[in-house]
Design a protein around this ligand. Sequence first.
Ligand code: 7PJ
Length: 281
Amino acid sequence: MTQDKSLINSADKSNIGSQPEVMGILNVTPDSFSDGGKFASFDKALAQVAQMISDGADIIDIGGESTRPGAVDVSEADELTRVIPLLKAIKANFTIKVSIDTSKAEVMAQAIAHGADIINDVRALQNEGCLAVLAQSNVPVCLMHMQGLPRSMQENPHYDEVIGDIKQFFIERINVCEQAGIKRERLILDPGFGFGKTLEQNYQLLAQLHQFSDLGLPLLSGTSRKSMIGNLLARKVDERLAGSLTTAIIAAQKNVSIIRVHDVKETVDALKVLAMTVKYQ
Ligand code: 7PJ
């Protein structure tokens, strides 16, 4: 599949000031919760990439492992087969930053070798070999906070103080990364909405994202279509757009650098409207 590179990033952002980058989600797992296997086939996935680019995405995030609550593990071989050919095809046909959502060292290594621009790890490089792989490269890496593991993380989340505990986790992971030879400037932090947090804790985190700004690193926020929206509003996954856009706007107002979403076009529109007011604040 080919794509005229002149069409890339056709959503015009030239009239607006600084605003978060939009990361479009491309799930290539057969069981991913919100787009339920829709993009499992290669051509559909590439068409979805083209659409997200023309809708104004700055980054495409490819995930080959489902981390939805209750999800089972995927093998390294399966994840590589899902992710690497797609990464190669995107890099060959488009000009767009690609992030790889993985926790496996070998997937990270092959992704970096094939031009991945960001490694996005919901396990914050805690799995075996990940630190070493990243230390040998220069790509930025997103460290996400998760309490527990996807299989059971929503059963009984507990924090002494949710913001403080997550901040402590970030401080520890930043130190570990630096000691492994991964420069601080390469790190992006993500509090991990829905990953071992109650509904209340998720909204407290959203409201207080600015509390992480003293760590001096860019923040990524991913709330799109999640249960924190569905459970609050009693909406099914395909009825969560209004809630998702609201959370994106709140995150943008807290100076988040990257917003990870399914609905790129609508999010870009919402952010443009917000950006027009920012200059008068
Ligand atoms: C996130 C993620 C998130 C980052 C997923 C889903 C589940 N990566 N990967 N942050 N969520 N950095 O999309 O709902 O919140 S998978």
